[in-house]
Design a protein. Structure first.
Length: 258
Protein backbone atom coordinates (compact mmCIF):
# COMPACT_ATOMS: atom_id res chain seq x y z
CA UNK A 1 0.00 0.00 0.00
CA UNK A 2 2.92 2.34 0.70
CA UNK A 3 4.18 1.77 -2.84
CA UNK A 4 0.80 2.69 -4.34
CA UNK A 5 0.57 5.75 -2.08
CA UNK A 6 4.00 6.88 -3.21
CA UNK A 7 3.03 6.44 -6.86
CA UNK A 8 -0.09 8.50 -6.21
CA UNK A 9 2.09 11.23 -4.74
CA UNK A 10 4.09 11.24 -7.99
CA UNK A 11 1.00 11.33 -10.22
CA UNK A 12 2.00 14.76 -11.56
CA UNK A 13 5.32 13.35 -12.73
CA UNK A 14 3.55 10.43 -14.42
CA UNK A 15 1.13 12.70 -16.26
CA UNK A 16 4.01 14.97 -17.30
CA UNK A 17 5.95 12.03 -18.78
CA UNK A 18 2.83 10.83 -20.59
CA UNK A 19 2.23 14.27 -22.14
CA UNK A 20 5.88 14.52 -23.18
CA UNK A 21 5.74 11.11 -24.84
CA UNK A 22 2.50 11.89 -26.71
CA UNK A 23 3.78 15.27 -27.88
CA UNK A 24 7.21 13.98 -28.84
CA UNK A 25 5.96 10.99 -30.81
CA UNK A 26 5.27 12.98 -33.98
CA UNK A 27 7.32 16.07 -33.14
CA UNK A 28 8.62 17.75 -36.28
CA UNK A 29 6.19 16.00 -38.63
CA UNK A 30 3.87 18.11 -40.75
CA UNK A 31 0.69 16.33 -39.67
CA UNK A 32 1.66 15.92 -36.03
CA UNK A 33 -0.92 14.19 -33.81
CA UNK A 34 -3.10 13.44 -36.85
CA UNK A 35 -0.83 10.45 -37.46
CA UNK A 36 -2.53 8.78 -34.49
CA UNK A 37 -5.60 8.43 -36.72
CA UNK A 38 -3.83 8.13 -40.06
CA UNK A 39 -1.64 5.17 -39.06
CA UNK A 40 -4.55 2.76 -38.40
CA UNK A 41 -6.37 4.04 -41.49
CA UNK A 42 -3.35 3.39 -43.71
CA UNK A 43 -2.91 -0.06 -42.20
CA UNK A 44 -6.58 -0.77 -42.81
CA UNK A 45 -6.16 0.25 -46.46
CA UNK A 46 -3.23 -2.10 -46.93
CA UNK A 47 -4.97 -5.07 -45.28
CA UNK A 48 -8.15 -4.44 -47.24
CA UNK A 49 -6.28 -4.55 -50.55
CA UNK A 50 -4.13 -7.55 -49.65
CA UNK A 51 -6.74 -9.77 -48.00
CA UNK A 52 -9.82 -8.76 -49.97
CA UNK A 53 -8.33 -8.71 -53.46
CA UNK A 54 -5.10 -10.75 -53.43
CA UNK A 55 -5.01 -13.25 -50.54
CA UNK A 56 -8.52 -14.57 -50.01
CA UNK A 57 -8.64 -15.63 -46.36
CA UNK A 58 -12.04 -17.31 -46.53
CA UNK A 59 -13.40 -15.26 -43.61
CA UNK A 60 -16.19 -12.78 -44.21
CA UNK A 61 -14.96 -9.17 -44.02
CA UNK A 62 -11.51 -10.46 -43.16
CA UNK A 63 -10.00 -6.98 -43.11
CA UNK A 64 -12.34 -6.12 -40.22
CA UNK A 65 -11.68 -9.50 -38.58
CA UNK A 66 -7.97 -8.66 -38.61
CA UNK A 67 -8.26 -4.94 -37.86
CA UNK A 68 -10.16 -5.27 -34.57
CA UNK A 69 -7.46 -7.59 -33.21
CA UNK A 70 -4.46 -5.86 -34.76
CA UNK A 71 -4.96 -2.51 -32.99
CA UNK A 72 -4.89 -4.10 -29.50
CA UNK A 73 -1.93 -6.24 -30.53
CA UNK A 74 0.02 -3.17 -31.67
CA UNK A 75 -0.62 -1.56 -28.28
CA UNK A 76 0.76 -4.62 -26.51
CA UNK A 77 3.77 -5.21 -28.78
CA UNK A 78 4.77 -1.53 -28.81
CA UNK A 79 4.44 -1.32 -25.04
CA UNK A 80 6.75 -4.29 -24.59
CA UNK A 81 9.32 -3.79 -27.35
CA UNK A 82 9.71 -0.01 -26.96
CA UNK A 83 9.19 -0.27 -23.19
CA UNK A 84 12.34 -2.34 -22.80
CA UNK A 85 14.36 0.88 -23.00
CA UNK A 86 12.00 3.14 -21.03
CA UNK A 87 14.29 3.08 -17.99
CA UNK A 88 17.54 3.39 -19.94
CA UNK A 89 16.42 6.45 -21.91
CA UNK A 90 15.85 8.24 -18.60
CA UNK A 91 19.18 7.16 -17.11
CA UNK A 92 20.34 10.70 -16.32
CA UNK A 93 17.20 11.30 -14.31
CA UNK A 94 17.50 7.89 -12.62
CA UNK A 95 21.08 8.61 -11.55
CA UNK A 96 20.46 12.14 -10.26
CA UNK A 97 17.10 12.30 -8.51
CA UNK A 98 14.91 10.04 -6.43
CA UNK A 99 11.45 9.00 -7.59
CA UNK A 100 9.66 5.64 -7.69
CA UNK A 101 11.27 3.91 -10.67
CA UNK A 102 7.91 2.27 -11.44
CA UNK A 103 6.84 5.68 -12.74
CA UNK A 104 8.78 5.08 -15.97
CA UNK A 105 7.08 1.87 -17.22
CA UNK A 106 3.70 3.11 -15.99
CA UNK A 107 4.04 6.36 -17.94
CA UNK A 108 5.25 4.53 -21.06
CA UNK A 109 2.47 1.93 -21.13
CA UNK A 110 -0.20 4.51 -20.30
CA UNK A 111 0.87 6.71 -23.22
CA UNK A 112 0.60 3.66 -25.51
CA UNK A 113 -2.85 2.97 -24.07
CA UNK A 114 -4.00 6.52 -24.84
CA UNK A 115 -2.74 6.12 -28.39
CA UNK A 116 -4.75 2.88 -28.73
CA UNK A 117 -7.89 4.55 -27.40
CA UNK A 118 -7.60 7.22 -30.10
CA UNK A 119 -7.11 4.44 -32.66
CA UNK A 120 -10.36 2.88 -31.47
CA UNK A 121 -12.16 5.96 -32.76
CA UNK A 122 -11.03 4.86 -36.23
CA UNK A 123 -12.03 1.25 -35.50
CA UNK A 124 -15.55 2.28 -34.43
CA UNK A 125 -15.95 4.56 -37.44
CA UNK A 126 -14.85 1.84 -39.88
CA UNK A 127 -17.15 -0.75 -38.30
CA UNK A 128 -20.12 1.61 -38.62
CA UNK A 129 -19.32 2.79 -42.15
CA UNK A 130 -18.75 -0.79 -43.36
CA UNK A 131 -22.22 -1.78 -42.16
CA UNK A 132 -20.84 -4.20 -39.59
CA UNK A 133 -22.01 -1.96 -36.78
CA UNK A 134 -21.53 -2.19 -33.04
CA UNK A 135 -23.40 -3.83 -30.19
CA UNK A 136 -24.04 -1.52 -27.23
CA UNK A 137 -24.36 -4.53 -24.94
CA UNK A 138 -21.07 -6.08 -26.09
CA UNK A 139 -19.28 -2.73 -25.75
CA UNK A 140 -20.03 -2.78 -22.01
CA UNK A 141 -17.35 -5.46 -21.74
CA UNK A 142 -14.74 -3.48 -23.68
CA UNK A 143 -13.38 -1.47 -20.68
CA UNK A 144 -12.91 -4.73 -18.77
CA UNK A 145 -10.74 -6.31 -21.43
CA UNK A 146 -8.84 -3.04 -22.01
CA UNK A 147 -7.93 -2.95 -18.31
CA UNK A 148 -6.84 -6.61 -18.46
CA UNK A 149 -4.59 -5.91 -21.45
CA UNK A 150 -3.19 -2.76 -19.83
CA UNK A 151 -2.21 -4.72 -16.70
CA UNK A 152 -0.64 -7.45 -18.85
CA UNK A 153 1.34 -4.96 -20.94
CA UNK A 154 2.47 -3.12 -17.81
CA UNK A 155 3.60 -6.30 -16.06
CA UNK A 156 5.74 -7.53 -18.97
CA UNK A 157 7.09 -4.03 -19.63
CA UNK A 158 8.19 -3.79 -16.01
CA UNK A 159 10.09 -7.07 -16.33
CA UNK A 160 11.81 -6.34 -19.64
CA UNK A 161 12.64 -2.71 -18.78
CA UNK A 162 14.31 -3.81 -15.54
CA UNK A 163 16.24 -6.69 -17.11
CA UNK A 164 17.39 -4.49 -20.03
CA UNK A 165 19.33 -2.30 -17.59
CA UNK A 166 21.50 -5.33 -16.83
CA UNK A 167 21.29 -7.06 -20.21
CA UNK A 168 21.19 -4.51 -23.04
CA UNK A 169 20.85 -7.14 -25.78
CA UNK A 170 17.33 -7.93 -24.58
CA UNK A 171 16.03 -4.81 -26.31
CA UNK A 172 17.05 -6.23 -29.70
CA UNK A 173 15.97 -9.79 -28.93
CA UNK A 174 12.47 -8.54 -28.06
CA UNK A 175 11.93 -7.35 -31.64
CA UNK A 176 12.18 -10.98 -32.81
CA UNK A 177 10.30 -12.37 -29.82
CA UNK A 178 7.30 -10.06 -30.27
CA UNK A 179 7.17 -10.97 -33.97
CA UNK A 180 7.09 -14.67 -33.08
CA UNK A 181 4.58 -13.99 -30.31
CA UNK A 182 2.21 -12.40 -32.83
CA UNK A 183 2.14 -15.58 -34.91
CA UNK A 184 1.38 -17.60 -31.76
CA UNK A 185 -1.54 -15.30 -30.97
CA UNK A 186 -4.82 -15.56 -32.96
CA UNK A 187 -4.49 -12.10 -34.48
CA UNK A 188 -4.41 -13.06 -38.15
CA UNK A 189 -6.50 -16.20 -37.81
CA UNK A 190 -9.34 -17.57 -35.72
CA UNK A 191 -8.66 -19.56 -32.56
CA UNK A 192 -10.91 -22.26 -34.04
CA UNK A 193 -8.28 -22.88 -36.72
CA UNK A 194 -5.70 -23.98 -34.14
CA UNK A 195 -5.30 -27.80 -34.08
CA UNK A 196 -6.30 -29.50 -30.83
CA UNK A 197 -2.74 -30.72 -30.34
CA UNK A 198 -1.54 -27.09 -30.28
CA UNK A 199 -4.30 -25.71 -28.03
CA UNK A 200 -2.29 -26.13 -24.78
CA UNK A 201 0.44 -23.88 -26.21
CA UNK A 202 -2.08 -21.21 -27.14
CA UNK A 203 -3.86 -21.50 -23.80
CA UNK A 204 -0.73 -20.50 -21.89
CA UNK A 205 -0.32 -17.44 -24.12
CA UNK A 206 -1.72 -14.54 -22.01
CA UNK A 207 -2.65 -12.57 -25.13
CA UNK A 208 -4.88 -15.34 -26.54
CA UNK A 209 -7.96 -14.72 -24.34
CA UNK A 210 -7.54 -10.96 -24.69
CA UNK A 211 -7.49 -11.02 -28.51
CA UNK A 212 -10.40 -13.47 -28.56
CA UNK A 213 -12.40 -11.14 -26.28
CA UNK A 214 -11.70 -8.08 -28.46
CA UNK A 215 -12.86 -9.98 -31.52
CA UNK A 216 -16.00 -11.22 -29.78
CA UNK A 217 -16.93 -7.66 -28.79
CA UNK A 218 -16.05 -5.77 -31.97
CA UNK A 219 -16.34 -8.29 -34.81
CA UNK A 220 -18.94 -10.80 -33.64
CA UNK A 221 -20.83 -8.16 -31.59
CA UNK A 222 -21.34 -10.46 -28.64
CA UNK A 223 -20.30 -10.56 -25.02
CA UNK A 224 -17.09 -12.54 -24.43
CA UNK A 225 -17.45 -15.85 -22.64
CA UNK A 226 -16.97 -15.55 -18.89
CA UNK A 227 -14.17 -18.11 -19.08
CA UNK A 228 -12.33 -15.89 -21.56
CA UNK A 229 -12.62 -12.83 -19.30
CA UNK A 230 -11.52 -14.74 -16.20
CA UNK A 231 -8.67 -16.33 -18.16
CA UNK A 232 -7.44 -12.93 -19.34
CA UNK A 233 -7.68 -11.28 -15.92
CA UNK A 234 -6.04 -14.15 -14.02
CA UNK A 235 -3.06 -14.08 -16.40
CA UNK A 236 -2.80 -10.29 -16.08
CA UNK A 237 -2.95 -10.23 -12.27
CA UNK A 238 -0.45 -13.07 -11.84
CA UNK A 239 2.03 -11.49 -14.24
CA UNK A 240 1.55 -8.07 -12.65
CA UNK A 241 2.54 -9.49 -9.26
CA UNK A 242 5.57 -11.16 -10.84
CA UNK A 243 6.49 -8.01 -12.78
CA UNK A 244 6.16 -5.78 -9.74
CA UNK A 245 8.35 -8.14 -7.69
CA UNK A 246 11.06 -8.46 -10.36
CA UNK A 247 11.15 -4.71 -10.98
CA UNK A 248 11.30 -4.03 -7.24
CA UNK A 249 14.28 -6.35 -6.81
CA UNK A 250 16.25 -5.09 -9.81
CA UNK A 251 15.59 -1.35 -9.43
CA UNK A 252 17.84 -1.14 -6.37
CA UNK A 253 20.98 -1.16 -8.51
CA UNK A 254 19.75 0.72 -11.59
CA UNK A 255 22.01 3.72 -10.99
CA UNK A 256 25.15 1.59 -10.59
CA UNK A 257 24.45 -0.44 -13.74
CA UNK A 258 23.95 2.71 -15.82
Amino acid sequence: MNAFKELYDYRTMISSLIRRDLRGRYKGSALGFAWTFLNPLLQLGVYTIVFSMIMRAGIKDYYLFLFVALIPWLFFSTSVSAGASCVMVQKEMVKKIYFPREVLPIAHVTSQLINMLFSFIVVFAVLCISGKGLSAYALLYLPIIIIAEYLLALSITMIVSAVTVYLRDLEHVLVILTMAWQFLTPVMYSIDMVPDTMRPVFNINPMTPIVVAYRDILYYKRAPEMGTLVHGFVFSIILLVVGWYVFGKLKKHFAEEM
